[in-house]
Ligand binder design. Structure first.
Ligand code: HOZ
Length: 433
């Protein structure tokens, strides 16, 4: 290790005295890769700089929101402008309707929506709605998908839960998790079996239409459409968790890309433009059941916060420019295929996937279509690769169970530099075995 990280080391020690694990969300810790999490001082475009002054090409992008790159001048200006009028009112503002309309414009399945502050809140609220309208208690989710940390969804979860290798969490009553059915991702047969067994009790199927919390695992052909058909057959609602994929894999999200119209959709990350905003929405008849229009309660002091709305709205408007999704998809593809080529040259079992502005890789010969397969990937190789990339100035998620995100600020020279770092990392990681 030649990179100087004395300040991050010191700050990590200090943070650990006041904050559990020194981090405010488990995925930020370097638990599964070892070493010291970098404390970030600033970010601009595709790059982040830590408190020791080391600069990295960033593929975490705040776990998805930074699709325009960090500190985009127009987003900063919009937030500054909004701030002049105050930071929160707890009363409606016209910009909230602007943001709601901007979302509806690109996601026609969303006829009405409610703004909330986090993806967790969005999925939790969407499922309450699904249970409320169907009068059914159970939900069906997929192994390795992560839908935030609300009680009933911390079962078979990806992201930090998978990284820590834990089955769920103490503090979640069994009575809650008993209502969650878990099926293998991309396995329609198993999903049908679950429906045959519990069909009359299943309120909703919730799915990441491209799984991004167990690495990046796209849906196999027919999987999403099959879920829609099963939901129709058994009277359950189909909920697409597009917190990660919304405004990222395509204009109109994964539902547009794969041509599926879910009953409900959850959004987060990009919709807040790097500030805390998220949303859930869908069919008008369903959303009309939300209070105060309807009887299903959900609320939030900071919901539709003016600064977050300004950042989100500006981000969505900038994403309307021609060619942005082609650019994002091209960058992801260059990285995914470039990494696969380099690994092949070294004879390393490796498989990659990219969908729009997200990509992922596994130290596994492939295919990886389920969480069980993702878990068979070579963790030690990942750790060595991650460490070498970081040392070469490339910041990947510190876990094998996360997707990587590109932004419009990632330029060809960033991609070249990344692949050059990867060439070295593959070589190094094999030598040090
Ligand atoms: N979905 C994100 C990680 N996969 C959440 C970020 C977090 O948990 O901090």
């Amino acid at each position: 290790m030649t990179t100087k990280i004395a300040r991050s080391r010191r700050e990590f020690r200090r943070a650990q005295r006041s904050i559990p694990g020194g981090v405010n969300s488990p995925v930020r810790a370097f638990g599964s890769v070892g070493g010291i999490p970098r404390f970030i001082a600033k970010a601009k475009g595709a790059r982040i700089t830590d408190v020791d002054g080391n600069e990295y090409i960033d593929y975490v992008g705040s776990w998805g929101p930074m699709i325009l790159g960090h500190a985009h001048p127009k987003v900063l200006a919009a937030v500054r402008e909004a701030m002049k009028s105050g930071t929160s009112f707890g009363a409606p503002t016209t910009r909230e309707t602007d943001l709601a309309e901007a979302v509806r414009k690109v996601l026609p399945s969303i006829e009405k929506l409610r703004l909330v502050s986090s993806g967790t809140e969005a999925t939790m609220s969407a499922l309450r709605l699904a249970r409320g309208v169907t009068g059914r208690p159970r939900i069906l989710k997929f192994d390795g998908c992560y839908h935030g940390h609300s009680d009933g969804l911390l079962v078979g979860a990806g992201s930090g839960v998978a990284t820590l290798g834990i089955p769920g969490s103490p503090g979640v009553p069994k009575a809650m998790t008993d209502l969650t059915i878990v099926a293998p991702y991309n396995d329609l047969g198993a999903t049908r079996e679950a429906f045959v067994r519990w069909g009359e009790q299943i309120a909703a199927v919730i799915v990441e239409p491209v799984a991004g919390n167990m690495g990046c695992v796209p849906p196999v052909p027919g999987f999403l459409a099959g879920l829609g058909a099963l939901c129709d057959e058994f009277g359950a609602l189909l909920v697409f968790d597009e917190v990660m994929t919304g405004f990222r894999v395509a204009r109109g999200g994964a539902q547009r890309l794969y041509g599926i119209r879910p009953d409900l959709t959850t959004l987060g990350k990009v919709v807040g433009g790097g500030l805390p905003a998220a949303a859930y929405g869908g069919r008008r008849d369903l959303m009309s059941r939300i209070a105060p229009e309807g009887d299903i309660y959900q609320a939030g002091t900071l919901s539709g916060n003016p600064l977050a709305v300004a950042a989100g709205l500006t981000t969505l408007r900038l994403l309307e420019a021609k060619g942005v999704y082609e650019t994002l998809a091209k960058s992801s593809k260059i990285l995914a295929t470039g990494l696969a080529d380099l690994a092949r040259e070294q004879g390393i079992p490796f498989t990659t996937a990219s969908v729009g502005g997200m990509f992922g890789f596994f130290f596994h010969p492939g295919p990886v279509e389920s969480f069980a397969q993702a878990q068979q990937s070579d963790a030690a190789r990942f750790r060595r690769f991650f460490a070498s990339m970081l040392e070469s100035g490339v910041y990947l998620a510190p876990s094998a169970y996360e997707a990587a995100f590109v932004s419009l600020a990632h330029r060809p020279r960033d991609l070249d530099q990344t692949l050059e770092a990867a060439r070295k990392a593959f070589r190094r990681s094999e030598k040090s075995r």
